[in-house]
Design a protein around this ligand. Structure first.
Ligand SMILES: CCC[C@@H]1OCC(CO)=C1C(=O)O
Length: 214
């Protein structure tokens, strides 16, 4: 049974399951390779400094072949940001399968998200592109709102389960967690290239969950 919060993070996913058509499978795999290469470049040098030629060179393809999958650099940026958000429903499934209560599901989700911000170039690229959204002439997903909605629904369930300190308002707590996580990962990125983001988040997490747990 999908977790009640599962409908959040509604994003298009590139289907890579093996289908009947091997040609289609190859195209889907190529699409993902191009996306990963673009993410590495977007994460390291940003949208403006990244050219389709550089992406093509990185995957040893022609520019034309890349354009076949992504007609513009903006389309590539949208796909990277969508793939960034598509990570979180999988993380929710993984955590939900371990049978934590709602509040500990929030703790685990954010702790593992911090690892993804340290390790996953698609996640890192999505975060950088969201910062650069004023420079990107495309409809990027609205940032922060899906995490806020997911955490609010989990914290409402936590309150129902008696896991929250008296008077803690789930929506306010969710917005505080999102703000704190965003800030912690951003400062870690600027100062230490996110090498210490897991430790920095653990500090904030300790403080915040101590203040909201019953
Ligand atoms: C979980 C905190 C919010 C999260 O942190 C970085 C970032 C990138 O924009 C986020 C988002 O858009 O949801």
């Amino acid at each position: 049974k999908p977790h009640p919060a599962a409908p959040v993070f509604a994003t298009k996913r590139i289907v890579t399951r093996r289908g009947p058509d091997p040609k289609q499978d190859r195209a889907a795999r190529t699409k993902l390779l191009v996306l990963a290469a673009a993410a590495e470049l977007f994460a390291r040098q940003g949208f403006r400094q990244t050219s389709i030629q550089a992406v093509a060179d990185r995957v040893r393809m022609t520019k034309g072949a890349v354009y076949f999958h992504y007609p513009t650099k903006e389309a590539l940026a949208v796909a990277v940001v969508e793939e960034h958000y598509a990570r979180w429903p999988h993380l929710l499934e993984e955590v939900s399968a371990e049978g934590f209560g709602p509040l500990d599901t929030v703790v685990q989700l954010l702790a593992r998200a911090a690892c993804a911000f340290r390790d996953d170039s698609i996640v890192q690229a999505g975060a950088r592109l969201q910062i650069e959204r004023p420079q990107i002439d495309a409809e990027l997903p609205t940032p922060y709102v899906d995490w806020t909605e997911l955490l609010t629904s989990l914290l409402l369930a936590a309150r129902e389960a008696g896991e929250l300190r008296q008077g803690v308002v789930p929506g306010a707590a969710a917005r505080s967690l999102v703000a704190a996580f965003f800030g912690a990962q951003h400062i870690s990125d600027v100062l230490h290239d996110r090498t210490d983001v897991v430790e920095r988040w653990a500090e904030v997490s300790e403080l915040l969950f101590h203040s909201i747990r019953a």
